[in-house]
Every structure is written in C-alpha cells, then in structure tokens.
Design a protein around this ligand. Structure first.
Ligand SMILES: C[S@@+](CC[C@H](N)C(=O)[O-])C[C@H]1O[C@@H](n2cnc3c(N)ncnc32)[C@H](O)[C@@H]1O
Length: 318
C-alpha cells in the first residue's frame, strides 16, 4: 500500500495531519520542519532576497526543497500552491508573477490559512489569496492555472493519485506541476511506516519514487519528468528535527514513555482507526518495543534513513 496509514481512513489521516500543523502554527511544535528555517531555506535554493522579502512569519521551515527554483515562474502567470502553509512559496511566487499575475494557496488547516493571510497582508500582496480546502478536491476552476507548485505536502496525502489528477484538472494545457517532496527508494520498515508521528513528520506517508512518477503519468502528465533527488539529510541538514522527531517519537511511544490516547493527535498519537491499545506502532510492532530493541533484532535504521530522499520534480500537462 503506497499510503500506508490510509486504508479507509483518509478522513482520519486528514484530521491528524491538520491538528499537527495547527499546533505547528500556534506553538512551533516539531512535526515536519527544520530547526533553522532561514539557513535551511538558503541551502534548499531560496535566495536570501526572497527569504527576507517575505519575512519570518511565512517561512516556518516546513518545506523539503524549493519548487520555484525549477518552476521558472514568469510575470503575469497564475500560480497555485498545494498545501500553502503560512504562505512562504505563495509569497515568493507573488514576487515572480508581479502585479499582473495571481497566486492561490490551498491548505486544509484553518490556522495555516489565517497565518498566510496575515503574512500576505503584511507585505501588501493583494493578488494572493488563500483558500481553505483539500488538495484532493481543489477549490479551483478547471484549466485556470499556469503553474502548480507544492512543497513537502503530497507525502501527507492519503490519496496521492487524486492529488495529481486534481493538479492536472486545474492546469491549462502546457501548464506545469513543480513539486518538492519526500520520496523513498525502498519501503520503510513497518515500525516507521505505521507510525503516525513519522507520517505527520513527512516520512511514513512518502511514496516510492517509481510509484510517485507512475501516479503523475496516470494523471496525464508527460512521460519525461525533470527530476532531481538528494538525500533528505543532505537537503535538510543532519540535525533536522523532521526525521529526528519522528524517530524519537517512535522510540518514545513504543517504549511506553508516552501514553497516547485515541483522541490525541500530537506527534505521538496512535494511527487513525487503530484501537488506543495498539499504541502508535501498529499491529506488527508490540507496545513496549523501542527503536533500539528493533534495531538489535532486525532493523538497520541507517539503511532506512538512506532510502529517504528529497525530490524535485517538474512535469507538464500535454
Ligand atoms: C509540511 S507543511 C508544508 C507547508 C508549506 N508548503 C511550506 O513549505 O512551508 C504541510 C502543509 O500541508 C497542509 N496539508 C497537508 N495535507 C493536506 C491536504 N490533504 N489538503 C490540504 N492541505 C494539506 C498542512 O495543513 C500544512 O500546512
């Protein structure tokens, strides 16, 4: 299963992800995101000028690449940002499209939408709007967009095929989709793949690269994508809390240090629709098992970590 925690529980996944990212806006909690957003953004390919121009409030350090670096956005174009967060890429797009262009950000987390609107108002970006909605059911008209971008979001979707179909639907013919995302070169060990902390931390929901590209092709995008892949750690820095928090949470939850409840949706929550007693480790991993225990028995964590990549992909609607 590409979308490991999903099954029939797409809505539960959305709820868990929404709650985690709402928390991120309110108290800067450490789900998917980096410790030093400015230096990480520079490392990913953003210019200092862009970072400074949009201000701190928009860059929450939640991206895993720089989709705009490959999107070649021009003045006057309409850009749509899937999972726009606090508006970082949307506001940088706004600088590229100028007063004759238009930018739309879509995000399902109301707190993110409110923060993004505040950030747009602060810099006077009146041709940028943020719409609350799902990237699996975009609140955007058919063939109305020149460029769709997305930064570290599609891995969080329980229905990635539909996201790509939606991106295809809203693009004008000849339009392009530029994505930065976490992808895998081999399946994750079950202890990681079934962990909700790792899911909201942008790891457990990541698809295999081949599956990811196949879903793009099936949606109708061209057969020859432009692709760049780097180790997620090279891009984000070895100390990035995105992966660290996820792996720590696996140890914490599974060792019994944390006692998540079925209603809890922080980084240490049980997977949606699992009984509370199954903890966050899923059915295959008994509660009380720590990462260290698993590592001793069967898990080469470094091998798992080395299969996690940050991919930059650009495809075109024929
Ligand atoms: C890792 S953050 C990335 C935010 C932003 N792209 C950035 O780089 O700063 C993921 C964002 O995607 C949003 N999100 C996740 N899944 C979504 C979905 N299925 N539909 C809409 N928004 C979603 C979350 O609310 C969150 O704001």
């Amino acid at each position: 299963m590409t979308d490991r925690l999903a099954g029939d529980s797409g809505a539960a996944i959305h709820d868990a992800v929404r709650e985690a990212y709402a928390e991120r806006v309110v108290d800067g909690g450490s789900c998917c995101g980096s410790a030093d957003p400015v230096s990480v953004a520079e490392q990913m390919g953003y210019s200092k000028e862009d970072i400074d121009a949009v201000g701190d409030g928009a860059n929450l350090g939640l991206g895993c690449g720089a989709p705009l670096a490959m999107a070649a956005v021009s003045e006057g174009e309409t850009v749509l940002d899937l999972g726009s967060g606090a508006g970082f890429d949307a506001l940088i797009s706004w600088r590229a499209v100028g007063p004759t262009g238009r930018v739309i950000g879509v995000d399902m987390t109301p707190e993110m939408i409110a923060k993004a609107r505040e950030n747009a108002e602060r810099v006077g970006a009146d041709n940028v709007e943020f719409r609350e909605g799902l990237i699996e059911a975009l609140p955007v008209e058919d063939e109305s967009v020149d460029v769709v971008i997305s930064n570290c979001v599609i891995n969080l979707s329980p229905d990635k095929s539909t996201v790509f179909k939606e991106a295809y639907r809203v693009l004008r013919p000849g339009g392009r989709l530029a994505v930065s995302d976490i992808v895998l070169t081999k399946p994750l060990p079950p202890i990681v793949a079934k962990n909700l902390a790792a899911y909201v931390g942008c790891i457990a929901g990541a698809a295999l690269m081949d599956d990811y590209l196949a879903m793009m092709r099936d949606a109708g995008f061209d057969e020859e994508p432009r692709v760049e892949m780097k180790s997620a750690f090279e891009v984000l820095g070895g100390d990035d809390p995105m992966v660290k928090a996820a792996l720590d949470a696996i140890g914490g939850c599974c060792s019994g240090d944390a006692q998540p409840t079925a209603s809890s949706t922080d980084c240490c929550s049980p997977a949606p629709q699992q009984p509370a007693s199954s903890g966050c480790c899923g059915d295959d991993v008994p509660a009380g098992t720590s990462v260290a225990d698993v590592a001793e028995e069967e898990l080469d964590l470094s091998e798992a970590v080395n299969s996690i990549f940050s991919a930059q992909i650009v495809v075109t609607k024929r």
